[in-house]
Ligand binder design. Structure first.
Ligand SMILES: Cc1ncc(COP(=O)(O)O)c(C=O)c1O
Length: 484
Protein backbone atom coordinates (compact mmCIF):
# COMPACT_ATOMS: atom_id res chain seq x y z
CA UNK A 1 0.00 0.00 0.00
CA UNK A 2 1.55 3.37 -0.89
CA UNK A 3 2.21 5.62 2.08
CA UNK A 4 0.14 8.56 0.82
CA UNK A 5 -2.86 6.26 0.57
CA UNK A 6 -2.16 4.73 3.97
CA UNK A 7 -1.88 8.20 5.57
CA UNK A 8 -5.05 9.38 3.89
CA UNK A 9 -6.90 6.26 5.05
CA UNK A 10 -5.69 6.73 8.60
CA UNK A 11 -6.82 10.35 8.65
CA UNK A 12 -10.13 9.34 7.10
CA UNK A 13 -10.70 6.77 9.85
CA UNK A 14 -9.97 9.26 12.56
CA UNK A 15 -12.38 11.82 11.02
CA UNK A 16 -15.09 9.26 10.27
CA UNK A 17 -14.71 6.60 12.99
CA UNK A 18 -18.08 5.07 12.10
CA UNK A 19 -16.56 3.69 8.89
CA UNK A 20 -14.55 1.07 10.78
CA UNK A 21 -17.75 -0.53 12.01
CA UNK A 22 -18.80 -1.16 8.39
CA UNK A 23 -15.93 -3.56 7.62
CA UNK A 24 -18.48 -6.32 6.90
CA UNK A 25 -19.01 -4.48 3.63
CA UNK A 26 -15.33 -4.93 2.72
CA UNK A 27 -15.68 -8.67 3.21
CA UNK A 28 -18.85 -8.63 1.13
CA UNK A 29 -17.14 -6.65 -1.63
CA UNK A 30 -14.33 -9.22 -1.70
CA UNK A 31 -16.74 -12.14 -1.98
CA UNK A 32 -19.92 -10.94 -3.65
CA UNK A 33 -18.69 -7.97 -5.68
CA UNK A 34 -15.23 -9.35 -6.48
CA UNK A 35 -15.64 -8.42 -10.14
CA UNK A 36 -15.19 -4.75 -9.27
CA UNK A 37 -11.57 -5.22 -8.18
CA UNK A 38 -10.85 -8.14 -10.48
CA UNK A 39 -11.74 -5.96 -13.47
CA UNK A 40 -10.18 -2.81 -12.00
CA UNK A 41 -13.34 -0.73 -11.80
CA UNK A 42 -13.84 2.33 -9.63
CA UNK A 43 -17.61 2.51 -9.74
CA UNK A 44 -19.01 5.89 -8.69
CA UNK A 45 -22.44 5.94 -10.29
CA UNK A 46 -24.70 4.22 -7.76
CA UNK A 47 -27.34 6.92 -8.20
CA UNK A 48 -27.37 5.93 -11.86
CA UNK A 49 -27.59 2.22 -11.07
CA UNK A 50 -26.76 -0.04 -8.11
CA UNK A 51 -24.65 -3.17 -8.45
CA UNK A 52 -25.86 -6.70 -7.89
CA UNK A 53 -24.04 -9.28 -5.81
CA UNK A 54 -22.99 -12.64 -7.26
CA UNK A 55 -25.18 -14.40 -4.72
CA UNK A 56 -28.32 -12.65 -5.97
CA UNK A 57 -27.70 -13.95 -9.47
CA UNK A 58 -26.94 -17.46 -8.27
CA UNK A 59 -30.09 -17.59 -6.15
CA UNK A 60 -32.20 -16.33 -9.01
CA UNK A 61 -30.64 -18.74 -11.47
CA UNK A 62 -31.14 -21.67 -9.09
CA UNK A 63 -34.76 -20.70 -8.61
CA UNK A 64 -35.42 -20.49 -12.36
CA UNK A 65 -33.56 -23.72 -13.14
CA UNK A 66 -35.32 -25.53 -10.33
CA UNK A 67 -38.88 -24.56 -11.29
CA UNK A 68 -41.32 -24.54 -14.14
CA UNK A 69 -43.08 -21.20 -14.18
CA UNK A 70 -46.02 -20.32 -16.38
CA UNK A 71 -48.03 -17.17 -17.03
CA UNK A 72 -49.67 -16.22 -13.72
CA UNK A 73 -53.39 -15.79 -13.00
CA UNK A 74 -54.51 -19.23 -13.99
CA UNK A 75 -55.26 -22.30 -11.94
CA UNK A 76 -52.67 -24.66 -13.40
CA UNK A 77 -49.64 -25.67 -11.33
CA UNK A 78 -47.00 -23.66 -13.22
CA UNK A 79 -49.23 -20.60 -13.20
CA UNK A 80 -49.95 -20.98 -9.49
CA UNK A 81 -46.21 -21.24 -8.83
CA UNK A 82 -45.60 -17.94 -10.66
CA UNK A 83 -48.51 -16.22 -8.94
CA UNK A 84 -47.09 -17.31 -5.60
CA UNK A 85 -43.70 -15.79 -6.44
CA UNK A 86 -45.29 -12.55 -7.62
CA UNK A 87 -47.31 -12.33 -4.39
CA UNK A 88 -44.12 -13.02 -2.45
CA UNK A 89 -42.34 -10.12 -4.21
CA UNK A 90 -45.23 -7.79 -3.44
CA UNK A 91 -45.15 -8.77 0.23
CA UNK A 92 -41.35 -8.42 0.29
CA UNK A 93 -41.58 -4.82 -0.95
CA UNK A 94 -44.11 -3.91 1.74
CA UNK A 95 -42.07 -5.73 4.39
CA UNK A 96 -38.82 -4.04 3.40
CA UNK A 97 -40.34 -0.58 3.77
CA UNK A 98 -42.31 -1.50 6.89
CA UNK A 99 -45.58 -0.71 5.13
CA UNK A 100 -48.78 -2.11 6.62
CA UNK A 101 -50.64 -4.07 3.90
CA UNK A 102 -53.89 -2.73 5.34
CA UNK A 103 -52.70 0.75 4.37
CA UNK A 104 -50.33 0.23 1.43
CA UNK A 105 -50.15 -1.78 -1.76
CA UNK A 106 -47.58 -2.29 -4.54
CA UNK A 107 -47.96 -1.90 -8.29
CA UNK A 108 -45.10 -3.32 -10.34
CA UNK A 109 -44.00 -1.14 -13.25
CA UNK A 110 -41.02 -1.07 -15.60
CA UNK A 111 -39.13 1.48 -13.49
CA UNK A 112 -39.68 4.59 -11.36
CA UNK A 113 -40.62 6.55 -14.49
CA UNK A 114 -43.30 3.99 -15.32
CA UNK A 115 -44.62 4.24 -11.77
CA UNK A 116 -44.70 8.04 -12.03
CA UNK A 117 -46.56 7.92 -15.32
CA UNK A 118 -49.26 5.80 -13.72
CA UNK A 119 -49.87 8.58 -11.20
CA UNK A 120 -49.59 11.39 -13.74
CA UNK A 121 -51.99 9.98 -16.29
CA UNK A 122 -54.55 8.93 -13.67
CA UNK A 123 -54.52 11.73 -11.11
CA UNK A 124 -57.84 13.64 -11.18
CA UNK A 125 -56.28 17.00 -12.04
CA UNK A 126 -58.77 19.64 -13.09
CA UNK A 127 -59.55 23.36 -13.00
CA UNK A 128 -58.99 24.70 -9.51
CA UNK A 129 -56.63 21.83 -8.72
CA UNK A 130 -52.89 22.13 -8.25
CA UNK A 131 -49.66 20.33 -8.99
CA UNK A 132 -46.96 21.63 -6.65
CA UNK A 133 -43.38 20.43 -7.01
CA UNK A 134 -39.85 21.37 -6.06
CA UNK A 135 -37.29 22.52 -8.64
CA UNK A 136 -35.04 19.54 -7.99
CA UNK A 137 -37.31 16.81 -9.27
CA UNK A 138 -36.26 14.28 -11.87
CA UNK A 139 -37.77 14.84 -15.31
CA UNK A 140 -40.10 11.88 -14.82
CA UNK A 141 -41.74 13.89 -12.02
CA UNK A 142 -41.55 17.15 -13.98
CA UNK A 143 -43.32 15.41 -16.85
CA UNK A 144 -46.48 14.96 -14.77
CA UNK A 145 -47.03 18.72 -15.24
CA UNK A 146 -48.08 17.97 -18.84
CA UNK A 147 -51.07 15.99 -17.59
CA UNK A 148 -51.84 18.60 -14.93
CA UNK A 149 -51.76 21.50 -17.41
CA UNK A 150 -53.81 19.68 -20.03
CA UNK A 151 -56.55 19.12 -17.46
CA UNK A 152 -56.51 22.73 -16.28
CA UNK A 153 -54.71 22.37 -12.93
CA UNK A 154 -52.27 25.06 -11.83
CA UNK A 155 -48.61 24.01 -11.82
CA UNK A 156 -46.32 25.68 -9.29
CA UNK A 157 -42.62 25.13 -8.69
CA UNK A 158 -40.90 25.83 -5.38
CA UNK A 159 -37.34 26.96 -6.21
CA UNK A 160 -34.17 25.61 -4.67
CA UNK A 161 -31.65 28.23 -3.60
CA UNK A 162 -27.89 28.36 -4.08
CA UNK A 163 -25.48 27.31 -2.73
CA UNK A 164 -27.12 24.46 -0.76
CA UNK A 165 -29.80 23.78 -3.40
CA UNK A 166 -32.47 23.46 -0.70
CA UNK A 167 -35.98 24.90 -0.72
CA UNK A 168 -36.94 27.61 1.69
CA UNK A 169 -39.22 25.65 4.06
CA UNK A 170 -41.37 28.74 4.64
CA UNK A 171 -42.11 28.93 0.91
CA UNK A 172 -43.04 25.23 0.85
CA UNK A 173 -45.31 25.64 3.86
CA UNK A 174 -46.94 28.78 2.45
CA UNK A 175 -47.71 26.94 -0.81
CA UNK A 176 -49.06 23.94 1.07
CA UNK A 177 -51.48 26.21 2.93
CA UNK A 178 -53.08 26.96 -0.42
CA UNK A 179 -54.83 23.71 -1.31
CA UNK A 180 -58.30 24.60 -2.53
CA UNK A 181 -60.79 22.64 -0.43
CA UNK A 182 -62.37 19.68 -2.18
CA UNK A 183 -60.16 19.89 -5.32
CA UNK A 184 -57.54 17.22 -5.96
CA UNK A 185 -54.03 18.61 -5.45
CA UNK A 186 -50.74 16.78 -5.75
CA UNK A 187 -47.42 17.71 -4.11
CA UNK A 188 -44.31 15.98 -5.45
CA UNK A 189 -40.75 16.09 -4.19
CA UNK A 190 -37.69 13.85 -4.04
CA UNK A 191 -36.70 12.41 -0.66
CA UNK A 192 -33.19 12.86 -2.07
CA UNK A 193 -32.18 14.91 -5.08
CA UNK A 194 -30.37 12.82 -7.67
CA UNK A 195 -28.29 15.90 -8.49
CA UNK A 196 -27.26 17.53 -5.23
CA UNK A 197 -27.93 14.74 -2.72
CA UNK A 198 -30.16 17.17 -0.77
CA UNK A 199 -32.60 15.36 1.48
CA UNK A 200 -35.77 17.37 1.97
CA UNK A 201 -37.68 17.09 5.24
CA UNK A 202 -39.87 14.00 5.32
CA UNK A 203 -42.10 15.94 7.74
CA UNK A 204 -43.51 17.75 4.70
CA UNK A 205 -45.46 14.60 3.90
CA UNK A 206 -47.69 14.78 7.00
CA UNK A 207 -47.85 18.55 6.78
CA UNK A 208 -49.13 18.42 3.21
CA UNK A 209 -51.54 15.57 3.81
CA UNK A 210 -53.09 17.35 6.79
CA UNK A 211 -53.83 20.26 4.43
CA UNK A 212 -55.58 18.08 1.86
CA UNK A 213 -52.73 17.32 -0.55
CA UNK A 214 -51.91 13.96 -1.99
CA UNK A 215 -48.15 13.51 -1.68
CA UNK A 216 -45.82 11.81 -4.12
CA UNK A 217 -42.44 11.18 -2.48
CA UNK A 218 -39.90 10.17 -5.10
CA UNK A 219 -37.60 7.70 -3.35
CA UNK A 220 -35.70 6.45 -6.40
CA UNK A 221 -32.44 8.10 -5.29
CA UNK A 222 -33.11 7.83 -1.55
CA UNK A 223 -34.06 4.18 -1.06
CA UNK A 224 -30.74 2.54 -2.06
CA UNK A 225 -28.79 3.97 0.91
CA UNK A 226 -31.38 5.29 3.38
CA UNK A 227 -34.05 3.68 5.54
CA UNK A 228 -37.56 4.50 4.39
CA UNK A 229 -40.08 3.60 7.08
CA UNK A 230 -43.61 3.78 5.75
CA UNK A 231 -45.03 3.17 9.22
CA UNK A 232 -43.68 6.59 10.16
CA UNK A 233 -43.70 8.64 6.95
CA UNK A 234 -46.90 8.12 5.04
CA UNK A 235 -46.78 9.47 1.50
CA UNK A 236 -49.61 8.55 -0.85
CA UNK A 237 -47.34 7.47 -3.71
CA UNK A 238 -43.73 6.23 -3.69
CA UNK A 239 -42.03 5.47 -7.02
CA UNK A 240 -38.90 3.27 -7.05
CA UNK A 241 -36.55 1.46 -9.41
CA UNK A 242 -35.13 -1.78 -8.03
CA UNK A 243 -31.94 -1.77 -10.10
CA UNK A 244 -30.96 1.40 -8.21
CA UNK A 245 -31.35 -0.45 -4.91
CA UNK A 246 -29.62 -3.74 -5.68
CA UNK A 247 -28.55 -3.76 -9.32
CA UNK A 248 -30.63 -6.64 -10.60
CA UNK A 249 -33.13 -7.03 -12.16
CA UNK A 250 -33.26 -4.00 -14.41
CA UNK A 251 -36.67 -3.33 -15.91
CA UNK A 252 -38.72 -3.53 -12.70
CA UNK A 253 -39.84 -0.68 -10.50
CA UNK A 254 -42.78 -0.13 -8.23
CA UNK A 255 -45.38 2.35 -7.23
CA UNK A 256 -46.08 1.88 -3.53
CA UNK A 257 -49.46 3.46 -2.89
CA UNK A 258 -51.88 4.16 -0.09
CA UNK A 259 -55.09 2.28 -0.88
CA UNK A 260 -57.18 5.35 -0.19
CA UNK A 261 -55.15 7.46 -2.64
CA UNK A 262 -55.21 4.82 -5.37
CA UNK A 263 -59.00 4.73 -5.28
CA UNK A 264 -59.05 8.37 -6.47
CA UNK A 265 -57.00 7.66 -9.60
CA UNK A 266 -58.79 7.31 -12.94
CA UNK A 267 -56.97 5.22 -15.49
CA UNK A 268 -57.16 6.61 -19.04
CA UNK A 269 -57.36 3.15 -20.60
CA UNK A 270 -57.58 -0.51 -19.77
CA UNK A 271 -55.50 -3.46 -20.85
CA UNK A 272 -55.30 -7.20 -20.52
CA UNK A 273 -55.03 -7.96 -16.84
CA UNK A 274 -56.41 -4.63 -15.60
CA UNK A 275 -60.15 -5.30 -15.88
CA UNK A 276 -62.43 -7.84 -14.31
CA UNK A 277 -64.73 -7.81 -17.33
CA UNK A 278 -65.10 -5.81 -20.55
CA UNK A 279 -67.58 -6.05 -23.40
CA UNK A 280 -67.12 -5.18 -27.07
CA UNK A 281 -70.85 -4.73 -27.56
CA UNK A 282 -71.55 -2.30 -24.77
CA UNK A 283 -70.79 1.39 -24.94
CA UNK A 284 -67.42 1.49 -23.18
CA UNK A 285 -68.41 -1.25 -20.74
CA UNK A 286 -65.54 -2.42 -18.58
CA UNK A 287 -64.87 -2.84 -14.88
CA UNK A 288 -61.38 -1.96 -13.69
CA UNK A 289 -59.88 -4.58 -11.41
CA UNK A 290 -59.39 -3.32 -7.85
CA UNK A 291 -56.03 -2.39 -6.32
CA UNK A 292 -52.76 -3.13 -8.07
CA UNK A 293 -54.39 -5.34 -10.71
CA UNK A 294 -56.06 -2.34 -12.32
CA UNK A 295 -52.67 -0.71 -12.89
CA UNK A 296 -50.45 -3.55 -14.09
CA UNK A 297 -50.91 -3.65 -17.86
CA UNK A 298 -50.62 -7.09 -19.40
CA UNK A 299 -48.44 -9.80 -17.94
CA UNK A 300 -46.08 -8.81 -15.15
CA UNK A 301 -42.40 -9.82 -15.46
CA UNK A 302 -43.04 -12.99 -13.48
CA UNK A 303 -39.60 -14.51 -14.10
CA UNK A 304 -37.75 -11.43 -12.85
CA UNK A 305 -40.00 -10.59 -9.91
CA UNK A 306 -38.52 -13.35 -7.72
CA UNK A 307 -35.19 -11.53 -8.16
CA UNK A 308 -36.80 -8.50 -6.48
CA UNK A 309 -37.54 -10.63 -3.42
CA UNK A 310 -33.98 -11.95 -3.50
CA UNK A 311 -32.56 -8.43 -3.90
CA UNK A 312 -34.59 -7.09 -0.99
CA UNK A 313 -33.54 -10.02 1.19
CA UNK A 314 -29.93 -9.33 0.23
CA UNK A 315 -30.23 -5.65 1.12
CA UNK A 316 -31.95 -6.47 4.41
CA UNK A 317 -29.30 -9.01 5.32
CA UNK A 318 -26.50 -6.53 4.60
CA UNK A 319 -28.38 -3.84 6.53
CA UNK A 320 -29.50 -0.52 5.09
CA UNK A 321 -28.22 1.36 8.14
CA UNK A 322 -24.75 -0.13 7.71
CA UNK A 323 -24.73 0.90 4.05
CA UNK A 324 -25.90 4.37 5.04
CA UNK A 325 -23.13 4.73 7.62
CA UNK A 326 -20.43 3.85 5.10
CA UNK A 327 -21.86 5.94 2.30
CA UNK A 328 -22.07 9.00 4.53
CA UNK A 329 -18.48 8.61 5.75
CA UNK A 330 -17.24 8.41 2.16
CA UNK A 331 -19.42 11.35 1.15
CA UNK A 332 -18.14 13.48 4.00
CA UNK A 333 -14.53 12.72 3.12
CA UNK A 334 -14.97 13.27 -0.62
CA UNK A 335 -16.81 16.56 -0.20
CA UNK A 336 -14.13 17.82 2.22
CA UNK A 337 -11.30 16.76 -0.05
CA UNK A 338 -12.85 18.23 -3.18
CA UNK A 339 -13.44 21.50 -1.36
CA UNK A 340 -9.79 21.57 -0.22
CA UNK A 341 -8.21 20.92 -3.63
CA UNK A 342 -6.40 23.95 -5.02
CA UNK A 343 -3.97 25.03 -7.72
CA UNK A 344 -0.60 26.47 -6.65
CA UNK A 345 -2.05 29.96 -7.09
CA UNK A 346 -4.60 29.15 -4.40
CA UNK A 347 -7.42 29.03 -6.96
CA UNK A 348 -9.89 26.22 -6.26
CA UNK A 349 -9.51 23.04 -8.30
CA UNK A 350 -13.01 21.76 -7.53
CA UNK A 351 -16.41 23.15 -6.71
CA UNK A 352 -19.16 21.12 -5.05
CA UNK A 353 -22.78 22.01 -5.83
CA UNK A 354 -25.19 21.52 -2.97
CA UNK A 355 -24.57 20.89 0.72
CA UNK A 356 -21.00 20.66 1.95
CA UNK A 357 -22.14 19.47 5.40
CA UNK A 358 -23.38 15.92 5.96
CA UNK A 359 -26.62 16.91 7.67
CA UNK A 360 -29.72 16.26 5.54
CA UNK A 361 -27.85 15.04 2.49
CA UNK A 362 -27.15 11.69 0.87
CA UNK A 363 -24.26 10.12 -0.99
CA UNK A 364 -24.65 11.90 -4.33
CA UNK A 365 -22.13 14.66 -5.03
CA UNK A 366 -22.34 17.09 -7.94
CA UNK A 367 -19.16 18.99 -8.76
CA UNK A 368 -16.93 20.69 -11.28
CA UNK A 369 -13.19 20.54 -11.69
CA UNK A 370 -11.88 24.04 -12.35
CA UNK A 371 -8.90 25.22 -14.37
CA UNK A 372 -6.47 27.70 -12.75
CA UNK A 373 -8.41 30.58 -14.39
CA UNK A 374 -11.57 29.47 -12.54
CA UNK A 375 -13.40 28.13 -15.61
CA UNK A 376 -14.70 24.56 -15.44
CA UNK A 377 -12.92 22.00 -17.56
CA UNK A 378 -15.07 20.37 -20.20
CA UNK A 379 -16.93 17.64 -18.32
CA UNK A 380 -17.11 15.26 -21.27
CA UNK A 381 -13.33 15.35 -21.64
CA UNK A 382 -13.01 14.65 -17.91
CA UNK A 383 -15.52 11.80 -18.04
CA UNK A 384 -13.53 10.23 -20.87
CA UNK A 385 -10.25 10.72 -18.98
CA UNK A 386 -11.76 9.22 -15.82
CA UNK A 387 -12.96 6.30 -17.93
CA UNK A 388 -9.42 5.68 -19.14
CA UNK A 389 -8.46 5.36 -15.46
CA UNK A 390 -11.25 2.86 -14.87
CA UNK A 391 -13.43 5.40 -13.06
CA UNK A 392 -17.15 5.44 -13.87
CA UNK A 393 -18.60 8.88 -13.20
CA UNK A 394 -21.69 10.59 -14.48
CA UNK A 395 -21.77 13.88 -16.41
CA UNK A 396 -24.60 15.89 -17.89
CA UNK A 397 -27.76 17.21 -16.24
CA UNK A 398 -28.89 13.87 -14.69
CA UNK A 399 -32.48 14.50 -15.90
CA UNK A 400 -32.70 17.13 -13.16
CA UNK A 401 -32.86 20.47 -14.99
CA UNK A 402 -34.02 22.51 -11.97
CA UNK A 403 -30.98 21.81 -9.79
CA UNK A 404 -28.69 22.35 -12.79
CA UNK A 405 -30.24 25.69 -13.71
CA UNK A 406 -29.90 27.04 -10.19
CA UNK A 407 -26.43 25.53 -9.59
CA UNK A 408 -25.06 27.19 -12.71
CA UNK A 409 -26.99 30.44 -12.40
CA UNK A 410 -28.85 29.80 -15.64
CA UNK A 411 -31.88 32.07 -15.86
CA UNK A 412 -35.20 31.60 -17.55
CA UNK A 413 -34.01 33.96 -20.31
CA UNK A 414 -30.86 31.87 -20.78
CA UNK A 415 -32.98 28.72 -21.11
CA UNK A 416 -35.29 30.50 -23.54
CA UNK A 417 -32.38 30.41 -26.01
CA UNK A 418 -33.04 26.67 -26.35
CA UNK A 419 -36.79 26.92 -26.70
CA UNK A 420 -38.10 30.19 -28.11
CA UNK A 421 -37.95 30.21 -31.91
CA UNK A 422 -35.57 27.24 -32.01
CA UNK A 423 -35.91 24.18 -34.19
CA UNK A 424 -38.04 21.47 -32.58
CA UNK A 425 -35.24 18.90 -32.41
CA UNK A 426 -32.68 20.73 -30.25
CA UNK A 427 -30.31 18.23 -28.66
CA UNK A 428 -28.89 18.55 -25.14
CA UNK A 429 -25.47 19.23 -26.69
CA UNK A 430 -26.89 21.98 -28.96
CA UNK A 431 -28.56 23.60 -25.98
CA UNK A 432 -25.43 23.37 -23.82
CA UNK A 433 -23.35 24.96 -26.56
CA UNK A 434 -25.91 27.71 -27.23
CA UNK A 435 -26.02 28.66 -23.57
CA UNK A 436 -22.27 28.49 -23.17
CA UNK A 437 -21.67 30.55 -26.31
CA UNK A 438 -24.23 33.23 -25.39
CA UNK A 439 -23.77 33.45 -21.63
CA UNK A 440 -20.44 31.85 -20.72
CA UNK A 441 -22.33 29.54 -18.32
CA UNK A 442 -21.76 25.79 -18.45
CA UNK A 443 -24.94 23.78 -17.94
CA UNK A 444 -23.11 20.50 -17.49
CA UNK A 445 -22.04 18.88 -14.24
CA UNK A 446 -20.06 15.89 -12.95
CA UNK A 447 -21.53 13.54 -10.40
CA UNK A 448 -20.08 10.89 -8.12
CA UNK A 449 -22.28 8.69 -5.99
CA UNK A 450 -21.65 5.95 -3.45
CA UNK A 451 -23.53 2.76 -2.67
CA UNK A 452 -23.48 -0.65 -1.10
CA UNK A 453 -20.12 -1.83 -2.48
CA UNK A 454 -18.23 1.48 -2.24
CA UNK A 455 -15.01 1.69 -0.28
CA UNK A 456 -12.38 4.26 0.64
CA UNK A 457 -10.21 3.29 -2.32
CA UNK A 458 -13.00 4.38 -4.68
CA UNK A 459 -13.23 7.83 -3.12
CA UNK A 460 -9.44 8.11 -3.00
CA UNK A 461 -9.15 7.21 -6.69
CA UNK A 462 -11.44 10.10 -7.61
CA UNK A 463 -9.46 12.60 -5.55
CA UNK A 464 -6.17 11.29 -7.00
CA UNK A 465 -7.69 11.68 -10.47
CA UNK A 466 -8.68 15.30 -9.73
CA UNK A 467 -5.23 16.10 -8.34
CA UNK A 468 -3.70 15.27 -11.71
CA UNK A 469 -5.13 18.54 -13.01
CA UNK A 470 -3.37 20.77 -10.52
CA UNK A 471 -1.97 23.81 -12.39
CA UNK A 472 -3.11 22.39 -15.74
CA UNK A 473 -4.72 25.06 -17.93
CA UNK A 474 -7.79 24.35 -20.00
CA UNK A 475 -7.47 24.19 -23.78
CA UNK A 476 -8.94 27.53 -24.92
CA UNK A 477 -10.97 25.89 -27.70
CA UNK A 478 -12.17 22.58 -26.25
CA UNK A 479 -12.07 23.39 -22.53
CA UNK A 480 -10.35 20.04 -21.92
CA UNK A 481 -7.41 20.02 -19.48
CA UNK A 482 -4.36 20.75 -21.66
CA UNK A 483 -2.61 17.53 -20.66
CA UNK A 484 -5.33 15.28 -22.12
C1 LIG B 1 -34.86 10.78 -8.12
C2 LIG B 1 -35.15 9.97 -9.36
N1 LIG B 1 -36.43 9.81 -9.74
C3 LIG B 1 -36.76 9.08 -10.81
C4 LIG B 1 -35.80 8.47 -11.57
C5 LIG B 1 -36.21 7.67 -12.76
O1 LIG B 1 -35.77 6.36 -12.63
P1 LIG B 1 -35.84 5.38 -13.86
O2 LIG B 1 -34.93 5.95 -14.92
O3 LIG B 1 -35.33 4.08 -13.33
O4 LIG B 1 -37.23 5.33 -14.32
C6 LIG B 1 -34.45 8.62 -11.23
C7 LIG B 1 -33.39 8.03 -12.06
O5 LIG B 1 -32.24 8.38 -11.99
C8 LIG B 1 -34.12 9.38 -10.08
O6 LIG B 1 -32.85 9.54 -9.68
Amino acid sequence: MDTRYADAFERFLSTFPGYAATSALDALRASDYARLDALGHVYLDYTGGGLFSSSQIRRHQDLLLGSVLGNPHSGNPTSRASSGLVDEARAAVLGFFNADPAEYGVIFAANASGALKLVGESFPFGPGGRYLLTYDNHNSVNGIREYARRLGARVTYVPVCSPELRCDPDVVRAELELAPAGTPCLFAYPAQSNFSGVQHPLEWVAWARERGWRVLLDCAAFAPTNRLDLAGVKPDFVPLSFYKMFGYPTGIGALIYRHEALRELRRPWFAGGTITVASVQGDGWHHLAPGHSGFEDGTVDYLSLPAVTIGLEHLASVGIDLIHERVMALTGWLVDRLAALAHTSGARLARVFGPTELARRGGTIAFYLLAPDGMPYDVRALEAAAGRSGISLRTGCFCNPGDGEVAHGITRDDMALCFVGSAPAVTFEDCTETIRFSTGKTPNTMRASFGLASNFADAYALVAFAERFKDVPADPVTGAPALL
